[in-house]
Write a protein that binds this ligand. Structure first.
Ligand code: ADP
Ligand code: MG
Length: 662
């Protein structure tokens, strides 16, 4: 068996199972080996209730104190168990739709339950915990059992079995890094680490395997970046782009004064576009620093010189927002450039028409989502490609795009807080402009981390803000079980809010399962102020700009990474009014509160990301990557900064060897 073989060659994987694996983007043996566990089950030592204390999750050893009771309520079947721990403290556990537990588990049996701890200090409860006979639980202890991301019909056992079959059947695991790099950096062999990442015998083994795989991810990434840089640096600017006075005039007529950081970024872009080489620049600036207007100026310059420009956004909602910002701005200042929007909401016919306009150069400024813009679109005179929120996309995408048109100028906009030293490595092929200044009239957002008892007060506060003419976001509780429930969850929550608020307050909803057209319609209504309170999942995280929104209430805030909370909070504080961010800590735990309080200390995205890192334990690193970063499978730019530097070193060394053979 070889890496590139189809997974159907693996024992036990037939056509049907293979089709399920395809849903996870696993087609080859290599894909499967790269399908790393999302996390591991550690079967940690069970505790007593007193030991578990204030923890959110508990693993409790106990004796079944009374026979399990089965109650039927309508269609519901509820099993209740009274469990006594070693100190005689009682835990009441409930299971739904599992009546068979009553016949398996009897009074006096020693069990281990694992789940979310609820109830007060005196009466602890668990709903739907995992339930084991203590001896079975202990038999598993000490190993790390891989847990994979699943899809309907494909269980954890099937995936882990498939992987262990590959590990057994493959006779050789060819090295995936150059042998001399493996030797020089004392890396463990690929075979060793690929076994260990799936079935680590200990935390140490996991750590070693992970480090080498992280090294490899960085190595490949940096090599890609270096090759890209080579290619780009040879490119000549063959577009007839020259400075235009109209841009300065527009800057002077804008309703606000550009910050000096914005102006500096713009000058750098202008110099690049009118210079000898092709521009490859990243504009890095925290949420709300005003990157969009800088991008618009670049598109205006291209337009003034009779060229087309493209701006890509990661979501249709954001693309639409940019489209509106730009059309309104051009209309207000009588700028005769023709703007088109290309997203999934268009009918086939409309799409074809827009594509025709692009090909015939009847459109100057093209806004859309990445997929659509990269799809079979032919450009007439494309000189500039802008990607917004670039951190979600890799070098490869950038490459495909650059191949459109005649190697156009490339501008990427990113809010990812990365210190300069790392940015130079990760974005080595790009020049960087940093917008390190917020527009002057902004008031800093007021934050508070609160307990659930504060909820009525929070609702009253939102109501007050709405009555003063503002708008609010409510980020819905996170749904653990499945993405399928996301929609229902948002619906339920918004229903609840409609009960709380007077009918004059319009509550709208937004979630990932909605059709693009629906999402756009909702965002549109919110943007126009027709919806006052938007109940949403984290889909609003990226880029959305509604300056009139002054409150964001984030439910289950403790379950988010701080960097992500920072992005979410960035949805408010975009206008001239005082804005507020309410972080609802539903865990009641003090540790969570402490962590959330970090957001109070700073508005600097990088500071927040690095503080978050300090608070996260090593166990939290399995697979947990904060959203909004580069697309690595395992690597974490912050946590693995040292490995990143080493990999960068390795790439330099390797490239220098190639040029000057020893
Ligand atoms: P981001 O950098 O997060 O993409 P945006 O470009 O969306 O931020 O800008 C956020 C808001 O700030 C927008 O409503 C924009 O019109 C406004 N804005 C941009 N620059 C300035 C400025 N210099 N002064 C005041 N408001 C500005
Ligand atoms: Mg933006």
């Amino acid at each position: 068996m070889k890496y590139e073989d189809s997974i159907e060659k693996i024992k036990g994987i037939g056509g049907k199972t293979a089709a399920l694996f395809h849903k996870l983007n696993v087609y080859t043996v290599s894909d499967l080996l790269h399908y790393y566990p999302r996390t591991y089950d550690l079967y940690e030592e069970p505790e007593t209730l007193a030991e578990a204390g204030e923890k959110e999750q508990g693993t409790i050893a106990a004796v079944i104190a009374e026979p399990f009771r089965l109650v039927r309520a309508g269609r519901m079947e509820i099993v209740t168990g009274k469990l006594a721990d070693a100190n005689g403290e009682i835990l009441v556990a409930k299971w739904f739709h599992m009546p068979y537990l009553c016949s398996t588990f009897k009074k006096g049996m020693h069990v281990v339950v694992r789940g979310k701890l609820g109830g007060g200090v005196k009466s602890r409860t668990m709903e739907q915990p995992e339930l084991f006979l203590e001896q079975n639980y202990r038999a598993q202890a000490g190993y790390m059992h891989p847990i994979y991301g699943l899809t309907a019909g494909l269980g954890n056992k099937t995936i882990s079995k498939a992987i262990s079959n590959v590990l057994e059947e493959m006779s050789a695991f060819p090295e995936t890094l150059p042998a001399e790099v493996v030797e020089r950096y004392h890396l463990a062999s690929y075979e060793t680490v690929i076994r260990k990442i799936h079935f680590p015998e200990s935390m140490d083994a996991f750590g070693q395997a992970r480090s080498r795989l992280v090294f490899e991810e960085f190595y490949r990434f940096i090599l890609g970046v270096r090759q890209m840089k080579e290619k780009i640096s040879r490119l000549k600017n063959h577009f007839a782009l020259v400075e235009h006075l109209e841009i300065q005039q527009l800057i002077e007529r804008l309703p606000f004064q550009l910050t000096s950081a914005q102006l500096r970024a713009w000058r750098e872009i202008e110099q690049d576009m009118t210079g000898d080489g092709v521009m490859n620049r990243m504009v890095q600036g925290d949420v709300g620093s005003g990157k969009t207007i800088v991008a618009i100026l670049a598109m205006y310059l291209a337009g003034l010189c009779q060229y087309q420009s493209v701006m890509m956004a990661p979501t249709a909602v954001l693309a639409r927002q940019h489209y509106e910002t730009i059309t309104e701005l051009f209309a207000a200042y009588e700028i005769p450039l023709r703007v088109v929007l290309l997203t999934g909401t268009l009918s086939v016919k409309e799409k074809r028409e827009v594509q025709r306009q692009i090909a015939a150069h009847e459109a100057d400024v093209i806004i859309g989502t990445h997929a659509l813009i990269q799809e079979k679109v032919t450009y007439a005179d494309l000189a500039l490609v802008i990607t917004d929120e670039q951190h979600r996309f890799g070098v490869n995408q950038r490459d495909t795009l650059s191949q459109k048109g005649l190697m156009p100028h490339v501008l990427v906009m990113s809010a990812t807080p990365i210190p300069r030293s790392l940015a130079i490595i990760l974005y080595g092929d790009l020049d960087i402009s940093i917008i390190d200044e917020k527009p002057a009239k902004r008031l800093p957002i007021k934050n508070c981390a609160v307990e659930t008892s504060y909820r009525p007060k929070a609702y009253r506060f939102i109501r007050q803000q709405v009555e003063e003419g503002h708008q609010a976001y409510v980020i819905c509780p996170m749904v653990e079980e499945s993405e399928m429930m996301e929609g229902e969850n948002v619906e339920d929550y918004s229903e609840k809010l409609r009960q709380v608020f007077p009918s004059s307050i319009q509550v709208g909803i937004l979630h990932g399962k909605m059709k693009t057209a629906e999402k756009e319609a909702i965002m549109d209504a919110f943007g126009r102020g027709q919806i006052h309170v938007l109940v949403s999942t984290t889909v609003v995280e990226v880029g959305i700009d509604v300056p009139n929104a002054t409150v964001i209430l984030i439910e289950d805030a403790q379950r988010f990474g701080l960097a992500q909370l920072h992005q979410l909070r960035g949805r408010v504080g975009r206008g001239k009014w005082q804005s507020y961010c309410i972080l609802m800590n539903t865990s009641g735990s003090k540790a969570s509160k402490k962590r959330l309080d970090i957001l109070n200390q700073s508005n600097d995205g990088f500071f927040i990301a690095s503080e978050d890192l300090k608070l996260r334990g090593p166990g939290e690193f399995f697979g947990v990557r904060q959203s909004g970063e580069l697309e690595f499978l395992l690597a974490d730019v912050y946590a693995d900064a040292a490995i990143l530097k080493q990999a960068s070193d390795a790439v330099e060394w390797q490239l220098s060897r190639k040029t000057f053979p020893e």
